[in-house]
Design a protein around this ligand. Sequence first.
Ligand SMILES: NC(=O)c1ccc[n+]([C@@H]2O[C@H](COP(=O)([O-])OP(=O)(O)OC[C@H]3O[C@@H](n4cnc5c(N)ncnc54)[C@H](O)[C@@H]3O)[C@@H](O)[C@H]2O)c1
Length: 262
Amino acid sequence: MGRLEGKIAVVTGAAGGMGAAAARLFAAEGAKVMLVDRDAAVLEATARAAGPADRIAHMAADVTDAGAVENYTHAAVERFGGLDIAVLNAGITGPNIPLEDYELEDFDRVIAVNVRGVWLGMRAAIPHMKQRGGGSVLMTSSIQGLSAMPNTSGYTTSKHALVGMMKQAALELARDRIRVNTVHPGFADTPMMKRIHESAVPENPKAVEDALSAGIPMRRYGSSDEIAALMLFLASDAASYCTGGTYTADGGLLASWGPTPH
Ligand SMILES: NC(=O)c1ccc[n+]([C@@H]2O[C@H](COP(=O)([O-])OP(=O)(O)OC[C@H]3O[C@@H](n4cnc5c(N)ncnc54)[C@H](O)[C@@H]3O)[C@@H](O)[C@H]2O)c1
């Protein structure tokens, strides 16, 4: 029997690396999954590959749009009969530039996707989870939700904001048996990081990964599947006493104050 047998989940950012991995893993563990992303074409292909048609649905939506968030939430409930798990994972990095050069519209966009989109998704999910007698909300933050990196002020701000949002919700929803937690991946091998490598050193993107990996105690990036495995634990009943927590999967990066020797 799968670890999510009988559960119904929505996963946002499901056309991307971690979201697609979570959708696949959740379906393999018995869940019915609504995949959501703004990239309709990739989403459709991802949904087709995510699992059997009776357990998979998808809907293109922009998570910053309150109406679209209500729509995807209701679509999941209509199609599968309820909602137990919300993996609010869609995110963008924004520009990689110093704070004083950061444009207001870029800041607003990063906050809209990474903070407002998560808040809207959670708010829409709560009444349905209450009806089911509980649930699990996961927010994909980042190691940048717990520490900072140069030249990414919008992203670091947004990912820290999720920790406050998560704690607030965990307190308010504990008695309804709705658990709320943040996941904090380190560098993970996804399309997002590939885009960062390519824009930093277009002639040798691999050099960027090698340089960043050298500063990670485990000396490598995580995979989407490794992040999805943590999401599975937190989404499942195995995590029944886990709420209000921050969970890293970062190869030891945040445990060190700087590059580790050898
Ligand atoms: N890759 C990493 O190293 C890393 C590290 C820490 C945290 N994260 C976080 O993990 C999450 C998943 O990232 P990923 O690495 O899989 O990236 P990704 O770019 O592969 O996937 C992100 C997905 O979110 C979707 N998306 C973006 N804006 C959206 C919007 N407004 N509405 C709906 N969908 C939208 C994109 O279309 C994309 O498919 C993000 O929140 C990211 O910030 C990633």
